[in-house]
Design a protein around this ligand. Structure first.
Ligand SMILES: [Zn+2]
Ligand SMILES: [Zn+2]
Length: 274
């Protein structure tokens, strides 16, 4: 059968329209999942999730969020205990959270001798970390246990015990939420196809919020103490035997319907000399 080739009419006259490409620079967009995070989550955890989703270099991460340029990044990384090394507006915009939530992700707004009480290595509750949660106030060394799981806060990789610096550093960029030494994933749920984190809600979220408020209420007045005079500060902040910051968390009684059995005792936390 002789079938004549048919040429679409719009192509028969060879009048191809040129393809015009936009020449303006389109700002890069990053992937962020604020719905994966719980209220009060630390900046270490928020930036780790952001790093996992975007796989940026340390240079790129620091340029995005830190005050200093990447050329000035100290070898030890940028301290995640204090907020003043970061631009809160950039953090909030990048992570799609409120600025107050970004500030809650740090132990203190700025440098202060009281930061000596906050660990420079990650302190975490194994149960919380497995679910992708870490609070900045876990870093205070007078906090001994997770109020939800009852677990003693610990440091180091749970598999190989390697130290986990509490900084924005090369490990956070190259190995977010996993061990740079043994490769163990600390949040297994994120390694699955379509893996994600479920934030704490309801009663658990309220427990963490209450503790966050209590710790902040105890530490912010301390942080407000001026430290221009080292001798004065040394007197005020050097922990003495039997004297320290005490945080009492008023727990409802066992008869309270929303009360978790693991939380029935009154928690008394005394600041030590760690
Ligand atoms: Zn926990
Ligand atoms: Zn390890």
């Amino acid at each position: 059968m002789n079938i004549p080739a048919s040429i679409p009419p719009e192509r028969s006259d060879h009048t191809w329209q040129p393809l015009l490409l936009p020449t303006r620079i389109v700002p890069a967009r990053y992937t962020t999942r604020p719905e994966w995070s719980s209220d009060g989550e630390s900046m270490w955890m928020r930036l780790s999730k952001f790093s996992l989703l975007n796989r940026l270099s340390l240079h790129a991460l620091v340029v995005l969020v830190a005050v200093r340029s990447s050329d000035e990044v100290p070898h030890a990384g940028v301290d995640l205990r204090r907020a003043d090394r970061f631009v809160l507006t950039r953090l909030a915009s990048l992570l799609e959270i409120a600025q107050v939530a970004a500030l809650d992700g740090f132990c203190l707004p700025c440098s202060h001798p009281a930061l000596a009480w906050a660990a420079t290595e990650l302190r975490y509750c194994p149960g919380c970390l497995e679910q992708g949660f870490h609070a900045a106030w876990f870093q205070w060394q007078f906090i001994e246990r997770c109020p939800v799981h009852g677990s003693r806060l610990r440091g180091g990789c749970h598999k190989c015990d390697a130290a986990i610096p509490y900084t924005l550093d090369g490990n956070l960029a190259k190995h977010p939420l996993s061990c740079a030494h043994c490769g163990t994933s600390w949040v297994p749920g994120l390694n699955r196809p379509a893996g994600r984190c479920e934030p704490f809600r309801g009663g658990l979220a309220r427990i963490f919020k209450r503790w966050q408020i209590h710790v902040a209420a105890a530490m912010m007045p301390v942080a407000d103490i001026p430290f221009a005079s080292p001798a004065r500060v040394t007197r005020r902040l050097t922990p003495q035997r039997g004297i320290g910051i005490e945080i009492r968390h008023a727990m409802p009684g066992p008869q309270h319907p929303a009360f978790e059995p693991a939380l029935r005792s009154t928690a008394t936390l005394t600041c030590g000399t760690h």
